[in-house]
Each structure stands twice: as structure tokens, then as C-alpha cells.
Ligand binder design. Structure first.
Ligand code: SAM
Length: 295
């Protein structure tokens, strides 16, 4: 399924791109937000399009080939290195930055990298295939306590201990190589009632592994102060998060910077998708947008 960008009108409202301005889309993905920002900045503005996933970036480039590519600068990289990357992109001043965290629908459904518990694929979960650590390595080589810790911290999985015990016990017989094999292990570990709960019983395990593989929370923590630094005075930053761990980091960071009078918070409460958007795009249901303006 093609990725449907979330909270597009709201992103445009808070980033308020104007003709001639420069933007960073730190998570270009299928470039839906990039495209909307591009419409607003006109021929004089620029967008630095960044993504960790070379395949996603290549597709975005192909999508824009026939329009005005000179306005778009595509760079494969991590938003956690944004201060360094803008030197490479030679884009100044920065009027606005967006990050739309997590993975795209293409990554979930078409990448073949084991992001989805509904598919049988190799356990990988890397956004950037040049990185060493994969989900397979965590599951097959990390000590039980480390696996339990990420399941607890990144998955908020209440059966973290049982699942980690089962992983370590079963991998002795044969390595856990695929999503289906991992789901089998989780199914054996959790109580029967949990297998028929509201959410799929492997949801939290998959979330935890994906966050650990891609170092997602650390990347976000490194990115936020850099983003505020590189924005010009009056520049805007918008962050879309998809779970409470990310949202908490963003909320606390914005509050701290607001207390230090470096920024003004534009969204007192996180902005959520409308009922209509959720009906059209169920993936948007957990999205939360927070935005600031630099003083
Ligand atoms: C939700 S998608 C973005 C979708 C995009 N906004 C759109 O409208 O099509 C998130 C993207 O962020 C990328 N990503 C995740 N972590 C990243 C990081 N630390 N640096 C750069 N890109 C990252 C993923 O590879 C993925 O393509």
C-alpha cells in the first residue's frame, strides 16, 4: 500500500512555509509532506530531503524527476547528524524543519525487511541497510537481560521477562531467522488470554526491536537540540510522533527550551488527526504533532 502522509494540513499550518523559504524534511520517506511544502515555497525556496533508507530516497527522487529537482537536495543520512548534514547540503538559512518519525507504509509492507508481524520475512528491521545491527542479531546474540530491557523500555511489554526467556531458550536449538519464527516464540511465551487481546500479541515485541535496531529514541534526542540550533530566528520545527515514548521526549524537550526562552510552543496540546483522517488512513490514529517557533 502506498504511504499516505499524516496530518498534512496541520503540518502546513504550523510550519507555514512561504515563498522563497528553505526547509528540511528530515524523514522524506514517500515525500508526501515534501511535496506539499514545495507547493508553498515556490521556485525560490529549497528543501533538503533526508532519509536513512536509500531505497525510499531513490523512489522520492524518481517521483520528482520531472518537476523542479534543483529545488530539492536529496541526502541519505540520519537526522541525528543534521548539523553536519546541512553543511553538505549548503542550505541556509533554515526556515523550517519537519520530522515524521518511524517507518513508512512501504517499509512496513513492501521492503521485505521484517517490520510487519503479518508477513513472513527475514528478521532485519533496519532503515539503513549499511548499518550493522539487525533484529536477527539482537534476538539471536544479545543476552536475555538486554532483550528483556528493550522489550520493557521500548515496547512497554509487560511479558518482557517471559518473552526474553523463551527467545533465549529456543534459539539454542535453532536460530530465529524470520518474523514467523519470532511470532511463534512470542506466542509460546505469553499467556493464552494475551494472544487474543485487543492488539496483536507481537505488536510490542516488534516495536521494541525496531526502536532498538534503529536507535530511534537516541536519534530523536540528538536531533532536537541541533534542530533548534540551526533554525533561524522565527524558524519553525514540527515533529510527528507515533508512540508515547517519542512524544514524551519531544514534549519535555520543548518545555525545557520554552522555559529557557529559546522557543515558543505553538501547540499547547499535541495536535491529533481528525476522525475523518483516521477513517481514511487508520495508520494516522496514533499520530501526534507538536510544533515550536524559535525566538
Ligand atoms: C513515516 S515515514 C515519513 C513519511 C513522509 N513524511 C511522507 O509523507 O511520505 C518515516 C521515514 O523516516 C525515515 N527515518 C527514520 N529514522 C530516521 C533518521 N534517524 N534519520 C533519517 N530518516 C529516518 C524512515 O526511513 C522513513 O522513510
Amino acid at each position: 500500500m502506498a504511504h499516505i502522509s499524516v496530518l498534512v494540513d496541520e503540518v502546513i499550518k504550523y510550519l507555514s512555509p512561504r515563498p522563497g523559504e528553505n526547509f528540511i524534511d528530515g524523514t522524506c520517506g514517500a515525500a508526501g509532506h515534501t511535496e506539499e511544502i514545495l507547493k508553498e515555497i515556490g521556485a525560490e525556496g529549497k528543501i533538503l530531503c533526508l532519509d536513512l533508507d536509500a531505497e525510499s530516497l531513490r523512489r522520492a527522487q524518481v517521483h520528482f524527476e520531472k518537476s523542479e529537482p534543483e529545488q530539492l537536495i536529496f541526502i541519505e543520512g540520519n537526522f541525528a547528524d543534521i548539523e553536519k548534514i546541512i553543511q553538505e547540503g549548503k542550505i541556509f538559512p533554515i526556515d523550517g524543519i519537519l520530522v515524521d518519525l518511524g517507518m513508512s507504509s512501504e517499509q512496513l509492507e513492501e521492503s521485505g525487511r521484517g517490520f510487519s508481524f503479518l508477513k513472513d520475512e527475514p528478521l532485519d528491521m533496519r532503515y539503513c541497510l549499511r548499518q550493522g545491527l539487525s533484529a536477527r542479531e539482537i534476538v539471536n546474540y544479545w543476552p536475555q537481560q538486554e532483550i528483556e530491557k528493550i522489550l520493557k523500555e521500548y515496547g512497554e511489554e509487560r511479558h518482557a521477562w517471559r518473552i526474553s526467556q523463551q527467545i533465549v531458550s529456543l534459539r539454542k536449538a535453532a536460530p530465529i531467522r524470520t518474523t514467523r519464527e519470532l511470532i511463534g516464540v512470542v506466542a509460546q511465551a505469553v499467556p493464552a488470554g494475551y494472544r487474543y487481546g485487543r492488539i496483536h500479541f507481537a505488536t510490542r515485541t516488534f516495536q521494541a526491536l525496531r526502536i532498538a535496531v534503529n536507535n530511534e529514541l537516541e536519534n530523536l534526542k540528538k536531533f532536537l537540540p541541533q534542530a533548534v540550533n540551526i533554525l533561524k530566528s522565527g524558524g519553525r520545527l514540527a515533529v510527528i510522533s507515533f508512540h508515547s515514548l517519542e512524544d514524551r521526549i519531544v514534549k519535555n524537550f520543548f518545555r525545557q527550551k520554552a522555559r529557557q526562552e529559546e522557543i515558543k510552543i505553538l501547540t499547547k496540546k499535541p495536535v491529533l488527526p481528525t476522525v475523518e483522517e483516521i477513517a481514511k488512513n487508520p495508520r494516522s490514529r496514533s499520530a501526534k504533532l507538536r510544533a515550536i517557533i524559535k525566538k
